[in-house]
Design a binder for this molecule. Structure first.
Ligand SMILES: [Zn+2]
Length: 234
């Protein structure tokens, strides 16, 4: 299973497509700025490289990113013109890829009755199968798994969880704490705590909540798996 950070990968793919057409002479006009929709300047030096993803944006957007970077008021990638106007779109859901997004589409999970476990008297939502917790010691990730309910009899469900973890940790953004923190700032949902961020995803049978903590010498990554069906036998 491959993990993709939405809409970063789509914007970068669109930019590569646009600039290749322009360089090959198949497009008469420069590509549009994917951030604001205005045409880029024919003079490359008047455009800017985005601070957040590997695409060129117009000079005005470059200045705006600089200002926002200074104040900490990043424009989410989901607010970029190309995303809001459907120039780049979420891939079809029948793909095996796991798409990571900065908005939760399964908030009802967190309203479910909670199931206490020896790990936590507060418990976990009843649909939560398990989670893994990782910390980065400067050299490598150290990961522990925790069960929140009995393991399913169907081993393919556990394979699905394992495949998601492998896909997630294969992303260059999860190489170490520094790359994860950089990605959090650019692509993840912010929280009231400035060092904590969220991403959300789903696989065929699970919703996945990825909670990231960018503080050193702390637990840095919690990845939680919730059954989509309240009865996992279904
Ligand atoms: Zn622009």
């Amino acid at each position: 299973m491959k993990a993709l950070i939405y809409p970063k990968h789509l914007l970068e793919a669109k930019w590569n497509e646009d600039i290749t057409l322009y360089h090959d002479g198949e497009a008469d006009t420069p590509p549009l700025c994917l951030r604001c929709g205005q045409p880029l300047s024919r003079c490359l030096a008047e455009n800017a490289l985005s601070r957040y993803i590997d695409v060129n944006i117009c000079g005005r957007c470059g200045n705006d990113e600089g200002m926002r970077d200074y104040t900490g008021d990043r424009l989410p990638l989901s607010e970029w013109y190309a995303v809001k106007h459907g120039i780049v779109k979420m891939p079809d859901t029948d793909t095996d890829d796991a798409v990571l997004v900065d908005t939760c589409s399964f908030t009802s999970v967190f309203e479910q009755p909670r199931r206490p476990t020896p790990l936590s008297s507060r418990g976990y939502p009843e649909s939560q199968l398990c989670f893994f917790r990782s910390d980065h010691n400067g050299w490598q990730w150290h990961t522990q798994w925790f069960d929140c309910r009995e393991k399913p009899r169907d081993k393919t469900l556990l394979d699905e969880v394992d495949a998601f973890k492998l896909g997630l940790m294969a992303l260059p953004e999860f190489k170490d704490l520094y790359t994860m923190a950089d990605m959090c700032y650019k692509c993840a949902e912010r929280t009231s705590e400035r060092t904590e961020f969220n991403l959300f995803s789903e696989t065929e049978h699970f919703y996945v909540w990825i909670r990231m903590i960018t503080r050193e010498k702390d637990y840095n990554l919690y990845t939680n798996f919730y059954y989509k069906s309240s009865d996992p036998a279904n």
